[in-house]
Structures are given as C-alpha cells and as structure tokens.
Ligand binder design. Structure first.
Ligand SMILES: *Cc1c(COP(=O)(O)O)cnc(C)c1O
Length: 845
C-alpha cells in the first residue's frame, strides 16, 4: 500500500551490476530485492522490501534450523511433537529480528532504502491460524521451547484462510475472508518430498498373513496428500531454530488418474477441490464445538500426517523395531482437537507395522499427553459414531476396542456398577451414539493437565472426577504463560529499555529476574520514567483508535481495556453495564470522584454466535451515544476496536492502565491476555477465575482489584437467583436497565437489545451478570481512587510487572519438560554453524 508523501527511493549501486558479496545483511537484502523478487524501486509498496528482508532473515534461520535438526537426529534425542489445530503466530519479522539480535544490522540496511523496520513490518500479514487464547498459547510455547533449546516440533495446518477479518458496519460485525497467503508467505519452506497420504472413507476387511495371523486392512479409501510447509521458530539468541510444520492438503495424482482414464477428466480435476478443501479454512469457533464433517477431516488429517511423519523418521533411522520408540517421543495434544491421534498411532503400529495390541497400547499410552483447555460443556467435543463409520471406518474399530478394554478396567474398579460404565464409556449412548473425544484423550494418555491451578482442581473434582479416582497420577497442572520476548521486549520498547537500564538485559532470557524491579518501586525518578514510557505507548494507541474507530482518546485519561474473543462467559456485557452506569452518573451530574477514562473493547464473535454479535452491536451503540455527548467528553470515551488480533494486542497491552478480566468464576480456564497486561504494568480488575487467582497471589491482594462471586459459591447462588429482585434493590443497576430498556442506545432500532436485557433478568442466566454488578461497580470506584493518586498507581504498576515472572511461558514450558516431556536442552555454538552454509534450500533435514 502506498503511503502518503512517500517518495521513490532508488538505491545506488543497483544499476552497476549484481551484488555478489553476501557477507552483510544489507547485501543479502539487496540481492533478494533485486534478483529473487526482481524489483528495483521502493515506494509504491513496502511489500517487496518486506519480502526481501524476510528472505534475508530466513537465510540466517535456515542454517540454524538445519543444525538444530541434525543435532536432534545425531544425538538420538527424545523430542516432543506439539499437535495443535491452531497456531496464532501473528507477525514473524519483528520477533525474528529480536531473537536473532539483528536489530542494528537491519536498521542500518533499511536506512539505504530510506525506511525503518517499524514501517516495513506493517507490510506483513498476521499468521492468524487460530481463534484466540488456545492458538496463541501454542505460539508462545513454540517461542519458549526454542528459547529453552528444547527439541520440540510444532504440527499444525496451513489454512489457506485464517481467522476472518472483522470490520464494523452500523455497529455490527462483518466477517471478511483472511486471504493471508495472497502475497506469499516468505518464511515457509515446502518439503513435498515428505508428503504423507491420509485415508478417508472406504472400508475394512480381514486378511490372514503367511504366519496365519489375522489382520485388518483399510481399503478403497480416498486418499488425500498432506504436504508439509516448514516455518522456522527461532530461539532467543541461542542459535536454536525449531520447526513448525504446517500441512497443506492436496489431491493425490492417482486419485485423478483413475477418473481420467475412465474418461471423466473434468470430474477428476473437480475432485481436486474436495481434497484441497480440508485445509482451506480455519473454523472460527472459540470455546464451542462445531460438529461439521470437514472439521473432523481436519482433525484426522493433522493427526495422521503428523504421526506418520514421526513414525517414518523413526523407521528410516531405526528400522521397524519400536521397542524404544516411547523413550524418544512425546505427543502433546493441545485440547481434544487432535485426540484422534491416540487411535491413529494404534492403527499405524498395528496395521502398518504388525505390532500386537498390547505392545501398541503400551507405546501409545507412554507417548500421548493431553492438555484440557475448558470446562464449558458446549466446548466438549463429540463426534457421531455414524460419521466415524463413514469417514474413518478403521479408526472407529480401534476406538471400540480401546473402549471395550477400558470398560473392563472400569468393571474391575467398580464391580457391578452399570451406571459407572455408562458414565465413563468413550461412547455416549443415545439415539445417535457419540464418541467422547476428551475420554479418548484421557484413556490414551499418560498425562492430563489443566492450564491454571483452579482449572485443574475443578477438572479433578468435577468433569473428570472418576478418571481422577482411577488414575490420580495422570493429572497435573501447568499454569499457562506468555512469551516475554513478544509480549514485553518486542511490543514495549520504551519500557523494555527502561527495565534493562535498571536491572540489565538478562530478564529477556531469564524472566524471573524481572522481580529485581521491585527495588525501584519507591524511586521517584524511576516513577517519572515509568510514566513517560506508559504515555508514549498510550499515544501509539491513541493514534490507532483514531485511525480505526475515529474516536479521540486522550493520554491523560485512564485506559481501561477489555480485548478478547466475545463470549458471554467473558462478560463484556458486565463491562458495558459499568460504562452505562458511569454515563448515567455523568448525566445526573454525579461526577464526584470519577476519574476520566477511555474504555476500549475489542474482539471477534464466532459468526454463528447470536448473543456475542448482539453484544458487539450494543457496545458500538453505547459508544456512539457517549462519544457524541459533550457532557461525557471530559469523563468518558468508548471505542470498539475492529479486528482484534495479535498485532493489535502488541499496541494495546503496553498502553493499558486497567486490564479487565471479569469472567464468571469457574469459566475461564486460565486466560493469557491477563498475563500480557500484567507484564506491561497494567493493574487488573478481575474475578477469582483462572490464572487471575495466581496473578493476585503473585502481586498481592493490595495491588489487584477483586470483585464477584467465587467459583465455589456459584451453584448456591444459582439455586436462588433472582436478578429482577437484585435490579429492584440496586438503584445503579436499575438506572442502567432503564436506559437500556427505554431505547436510549437504539432510538431508531426498537427492541434491538431485548434479548440482552432479558438474559440479564433471567433467573437462569448462567453468567450471573446482575449478581456481580454491585461488587464490580464498587471495585471500579476503588480503581478511580487509586488512579487519582498517580504515585500510588505507578508503584502498583511497577509491582505488577515485577511480579509477572512466573507468567512467562518459559516457566510453563520448563514445567512441561520437567514433569511430562523429560527433554534435554540442545546446545549449538557459533562454530557449529560456520561448518554449514547459509543458503536457503528446500529441505531442512
Ligand atoms: C492473548 C490473546 C488472546 C487470549 O486472550 P484472553 O484474554 O486470555 O482470552 C486472544 N486473542 C489474541 C489475539 C491474543 O493475543
């Protein structure tokens, strides 16, 4: 995209012939720009320059990536395959520059082109291959694994279309396809020589081998090709570059040929589409299952291709002897999405390598580990047996066999208890029997973990209680984390420089050192510097909000932010009720003690999630009314930022004063947005839910704004819940409801928000919005009081950053490695690298 006032910059030396000296980054950049991409002018678009820079940096990653893979192979190391349907990577350029320590070289090179990294990086599309927290967690984990030098390979899908782009029209969400590959993806290297075949359909038959052994054979299947695209994952200044292997689905040639020979050329080519559909689009549902056949195809496609890949590598190195296989492999399943891998590994071992059941089961249950991400019933995946029978007939047989053997075990533990059998069966019996994927994952794994302390306790006491009784040692907690490289060092340069000036630079690698900041919490000069850094970051957000929402934020006001997927359990509604309450106070002239604030909300709603979309519309309508009212302007401004994504968060979290983490207690498994905000010095207003509890423990109750019902109180509250009564008793809430119901925010759209007001008033409201309103408003008053004393606020802000050490995903990954994976770190020195060349090739192994 051409920028205004931009001039064309022709770099001297290009006309003088090819640049062959590759010794400096600048020369490589020019070579890629001039030869690889065939360009000679910058100006119309920064795209080609970005592309050339990405290739230049990729060259430097490739040598390290090859070395990393060699070392894993040579030393016969134990490694982990992290299987995830989602990797919400965001942009790669800035992160690679940081991790490879190329900042100065890149800046110098770009000066020749009259530009800077900050400008160039805007040409990069986010790799939005995920919905939200779960996918971003996978991305943070990859960064931490590489930075801790652990041999971990990510396996995912190369969706042609990632998370949809959101725009707002008349206050409503509009979804647009995210064609992120349109301009090419310079980071990836395809490796078609390692393509795998994945079976679908067909049927199963028995055959007897020459030793009179019976086998099952999956035949007449319609195979789809899985072609790997490798994305390098650089560790922080340690020469390690791990791999994220993303599978793209393609038609097999034979597939087409059969039809072609039968004379139906066009039909054969059309079939290609069916195969390619599998990785065409990411399902945009966060925390709710979808149930579509194509989604099951995606899950099996990822699981099968990834397991084949690992098994093929094993066989090529060790032959068909699987005795030691489990000593060298772990498959970490990111939620139940890839849990079919349990049955797939069994199938490969039994059908392809003729292991007997018990040996295959030993291997499977010593290599699979499962992470649970949610307690929400609507997110628990089930697939109908009939769909399995049609799509994956051999896998269904294996699931049935796993279940039969498991139920025998249940019968031993609870003799004669038919109810237990029914409750624990992998098959939920009903008119349309369903396979419970979480149960398959638990039965097939040696480790089951939750993602925050409360979440794991709730799993053990509730959803998975019987499994916990059966196998207490399988269950463990791994509280989530976020990478301090992207979420502080890269996204908040002004604060990072200040921190490094005070405590040195080691915190980027050893984030527990961030606690050294505590020494300065009372240092007046430091307070000023801390506030200046925040102000700079706020100005960047002011510019973004102005550009995207046409709303004027003001750096002198408090920035109150809630950005995350829109979901009823996350209670954006409670936030907006508070906004309406503030507006009501302003209108009534009750402005005593109100601290001026700018409230920012953002997030995508699943396209089929009616209430979430209504909530977006409500936020936008409320914002419109408030922002137009001159009475409100000095106190309150509201904006909904369209298309919340990783890149937006990199501008948002450094600028935030107050982080809204207000989910109904017991519903948010962990949250990771809460951690990004804390690292960047925001204070949290939140419920005792997910990792909020651990955040509050770490920073101290005095530095956290707590409100709301607790998880253990919820059932009791629900049993006698009467929101209409609460509304009648609470004049603040009553005023808010009156404003909503009188159509104040929908003058020309009658009844628009009836479903919302009714949900608040319903005695069956599972989110208890009315219940928590009063304590939320009280906590917000405490926020105002605290913010009014800037010294006090700044102290708390420093303490939050200083206490965020344990929320680094480095800590999380160390625990995964220590307790579940048992990996040894790699070690690559500079001299290891000089023996390899630094040219891009098509294969890294
Ligand atoms: C961190 C992050 C999330 C997760 O946010 P929560 O508040 O934990 O739900 C979702 N989306 C993006 C883009 C993120 O960066």
């Amino acid at each position: 995209m051409a920028k205004q006032g931009e001039q064309v910059c022709v770099v001297k030396g290009w006309q003088e012939g090819p640049v062959i000296d590759e010794s400096t980054l600048k020369d490589d950049l020019t070579r890629h720009f001039y030869y690889t991409l065939g360009r000679d002018k910058v100006g119309e678009s920064q795209h080609y320059l970005y592309h050339a820079l990405a290739l230049t940096i990729r060259d430097r990653l490739v040598a390290r990536c090859r070395e990393t893979n060699q070392q894993i192979k040579q030393d016969k190391r134990r490694k982990t395959a992290y299987l995830s349907l989602e990797f919400l990577m965001g942009r790669a350029l800035g992160n690679a520059v940081l991790n490879l320590d190329l900042d100065e070289q890149v800046s110098a090179a770009l000066q020749e082109y009259c530009t800077s990294v900050e400008t160039i990086e805007d040409a990069e599309h986010d790799a939005g291959l995920g919905n939200g927290g779960l996918g971003r967690l996978a991305a943070c984990f990859l960064d931490s694994c590489a930075s801790l030098a652990l041999p971990v390979v990510g396996y995912g899908l190369r969706y042609e279309y990632g998370m949809f782009n959101q725009s707002i029209k008349d206050g409503n969400q509009i979804e647009q396809p995210d064609n992120w590959l349109r301009e090419g993806h310079p980071w990836e290297l395809s490796a078609p020589e390692h393509a795998k075949r994945v079976k679908f359909g067909g049927y199963v038959q028995s055959y007897t081998d020459k030793y009179a052994r019976e086998h099952r054979q999956w035949i007449s299947s319609q195979d789809v090709l899985a072609v790997p695209y490798d994305v390098p994952v650089p560790g922080y200044k340690n020469n390690i570059v791990n791999t994220l292997r993303l599978w793209k689905s393609e038609a097999t040639d034979e597939f087409n040929l059969t039809e072609f020979n039968a004379g139906s050329y066009s039909e054969a080519v059309a079939q290609k589409n069916l195969a390619e559909q599998i990785t065409m689009v990411l399902y945009p549902n966060d925390s709710s299952e979808n149930g579509k056949e194509l989604r099951l195809r995606q899950q099996y496609f990822l699981s099968s291709a990834s397991i084949q890949d690992i098994v093929d590598q094993w066989v090529s190195q060790h032959g068909e002897n699987f005795t030691d296989f489990a000593d060298y492999h772990v498959f970490q399943l990111n939620d139940t999405h890839p849990s079919i891998a349990v049955a797939e590994l069994m199938r490969i071992l039994i059908d392809d390598y003729e292991l007997d059941w018990d040996d295959a089961w030993q291997i499977t249950t010593k290599t699979m580990a499962y992470t649970n991400h949610t307690l929400l019933p609507e997110a628990l995946e089930k697939w109908s047996v009939s769909l399995f029978a049609k799509l994956l007939p051999r896998i269904l047989e294996i699931v049935f066999e796993i279940n039969a053997r498991f139920l025998a075990q249940v019968a031993q533990q609870w003799p004669g208890d038919v109810e237990k059998q029914r409750a624990l069966s992998l098959i939920e019996e009903s008119d349309e029997p369903q396979i419970r994927m979480a149960y398959l994952a638990i039965v097939g794994s040696y480790s089951v973990n939750g993602v925050a302390a409360l979440h794991t306790e709730l799993l053990k006491a509730g959803l998975f209680k019987e499994f916990y009784e059966l196998w207490p040692n399988k269950f463990n907690n791994k509280t989530n984390g976020v990478t301090p490289r992207r979420w502080l060092a890269h996204c908040n340069v002004s604060l990072s420089e200040l921190i490094s000036e005070k405590i040195g630079k080691d915190w980027v690698k050893e984030f527990s050192k961030i606690s050294d900041l505590r020494r300065f919490y009372d240092d007046k000069k430091f307070h000023g510097q801390w506030q200046n850094a925040k102000r700079e970051n706020k100005q960047r957000l002011v510019d973004l909000v102005k550009a995207r929402c046409d709303v004027e934020f003001d750096v002198s006001m408090m920035f109150d932010v809630q950005v995350k997927r829109i979901h009823e359990y996350k209670r954006q509604l409670l936030n907006i009720l508070h906004v309406i309450h503030l507006y009501d106070r302003i209108r009534r002239g009750d402005t005593q003690g109100i601290v001026p604030r700018c409230v920012l909300l953002g997030g995508k709603a699943a396209p089929g999630y009616y209430m979430a979309k209504k909530i977006i519309k409500l936020i936008n309508n409320v914002a419109e009314v408030i922002n137009k009212d001159p009475l409100a302007a000095p106190y309150l401004r509201v904006a909904f930022l369209p298309n919340y994504n990783v890149t937006a968060m990199e501008t948002i979290c450094p600028a935030t004063d107050l982080s809204e983490q207000v989910s109904t207690a017991g519903k948010e498994a962990s949250g990771t947005g809460n951690m990004k905000f804390m690292m960047n010095g925001a204070l949290t207003i939140g419920t005792l839910d997910g990792a909020n509890i651990e955040i509050r423990d770490a920073v101290g109750a005095d530095n956290f704004f707590l409100f709301g019902a607790q998880a253990h109180e919820i059932d009791d509250i629900k049993s006698r819940y009467n929101p209409e009564h609460i509304i009648a008793q609470n004049s603040d809430l009553n005023n808010v409801m009156q404003l909503l119901q009188s159509g104040h925010f929908n003058l020309f759209e009658p009844c628009l928000f009836e479903d919302i007001t009714n949900s608040i008033k319903s005695p069956h409201d599972p989110w208890l919005t009315a219940h928590d309103f009063e304590s939320y408003v009280a906590a917000q008053k405490e926020v105002d009081k605290a913010y009014a004393d800037q010294t006090y606020w700044t102290q708390m802000s420093i303490l939050n950053t200083a206490a965020s050490g344990m929320f680094s995903s480095d800590r999380t990954i160390s625990q995964y490695s220590e307790d579940i994976w048992h990996l040894e770190p790699l070690n690559i020195s500079e001299t290891d690298l000089t023996t390899t060349t630094s040219h891009a090739t098509n294969s890294l192994d």
